[in-house]
Design a protein around this ligand. Structure first.
Ligand SMILES: Nc1nc2c(ncn2[C@@H]2O[C@H](COP(=O)(O)OP(=O)(O)OP(=O)(O)O)[C@@H](O)[C@H]2O)c(=O)[nH]1
Ligand SMILES: [Mg+2]
Length: 328
């Protein structure tokens, strides 16, 4: 289904995901409704937007400080945000525990996690935020979580590969989402052939791949389920499969990293700027400093998008790992 969403719509969507207050959320939703292309295939989405606007308008205004705090509102940090969604005891907290210093609670009994816990994980030198979520069941999805899922960039569905019920588990997770109109659409192209992002994106981690039952269950899953969203086997005991999972997440985020450099000095390789793929030199300058963008004369680039030290203009599109020297 081609929705042919416009850049204005994506910007409004982004604003919505960053919105903190009810007023900000309403303004962004209204902008989304205004900018969504009005045709048959977007009718469902339009109706969804209208009902969310109505819901928000009618919701009682938050009273006092405690009422305003939403534990599921975690602003995205680093290259992007991944939410870990799964049934109880599937191994969500263990994944984030293995990959980060985040204070996750790993328990051998179900419902160990009660509130979302964010942590930073790394694909090479690119920070990506992962959020461990409390478990869901077909009977119960914690209030507040649905909204977070709806506006997630990436949802990592976590299933226990060692459980013989793994196929049903995966199906019930997908059903929990589908019942709330959260589906995974693949990327679309706009009129100019540029890839436009449609969020959320889905990926499946089959955990506990180190356990004996996992191999056969994985085989069964591969034979019986559709290949979308993609499934990767991982183990939080041995770490197996986790680097591949992170690489896949990085690719799905459609971001690039670039390093800044001062004239006559080596590049700062410690902390890359992580920016959307397609970012130009001028846009990078704006992310660094507004004044820099205003006074930018040219840049010199080392890397894939230019020959070493090549002088380029503000409109030059950057590539992953480019080193950029801005001249103002
Ligand atoms: N062998 C093995 N055990 C694992 C793996 N991942 C998790 N476990 C075990 O599975 C149990 C549940 O792990 P958690 O990470 O707490 O699971 P969870 O999905 O966060 O659980 P809830 O928060 O209750 O939903 C613990 O006993 C873990 O040690 C794995 O990769 N291999
Ligand atoms: Mg947990």
């Amino acid at each position: 289904m081609a929705l042919n969403l416009t850049p204005e719509y994506f910007e409004a969507d982004r604003q919505y995901r960053q919105a903190r207050t009810r007023e900000e959320k309403l303004a962004a939703l209204e902008l989304m409704l205004k900018t969504i292309p009005k045709h048959k295939s977007s009718e469902k989405k339009q109706a969804d937007l209208k009902s969310r606007i109505k819901e928000l308008r009618e919701a009682p205004a938050a009273r006092g400080k405690s009422a305003a705090v939403d534990p599921y509102h975690i602003p995205s940090q680093g290259g992007g945000q991944v939410l870990l969604l799964g049934l109880p005891n599937s191994g969500k907290s263990s994944i984030l525990g293995y990959l980060s210093q985040a204070p996750v609670k790993i328990t051998n009994f179900p419902f160990g996690t009660q509130l979302p816990v964010p942590g930073m994980v790394y694909h090479e030198d690119v920070p990506i935020q992962m959020v461990d979520l409390p478990p869901v069941t077909p009977e119960h999805v914690p209030p507040g979580m649905v909204n977070a899922l709806r506006h997630a960039e990436i949802i990592l569905l976590v299933v226990d590969l060692a459980a013989d019920s793994v196929l049903e588990d995966l199906e019930s997770l997908l059903a929990i989402l589908a019942e709330r109109n959260i589906t995974f659409e693949s990327a679309e192209q706009d009129d100019t052939g540029q890839i436009m992002q449609v969020w959320p994106k889905g990926l499946i981690a089959g955990t506990k791949s180190d356990l004996p039952a996992a191999a056969e269950n994985l085989q069964v899953l591969r034979e019986l389920r559709s290949p979308e969203p993609p499934l990767l086997p991982v183990s939080s005991r041995t770490g197996q499969g986790l680097p591949e999972l992170l690489k896949r997440i990085f690719d799905m985020l459609h971001v690039i990293r670039v390093y800044s450099k001062l004239p006559g000095k080596p590049a700062d390789k410690e902390k890359p700027f992580v920016v959307p793929a397609g970012t130009t030199v001028g846009e990078l300058a704006r992310t660094i400093h507004k004044e820099m963008a205003e006074h930018l004369k040219y840049a010199r680039i080392w890397g894939e998008s230019a020959f070493d030290g090549q002088q380029v203009h503000a409109t030059h599109v950057l590539a992953d790992r480019d080193i950029v020297e801005l001249h103002a």
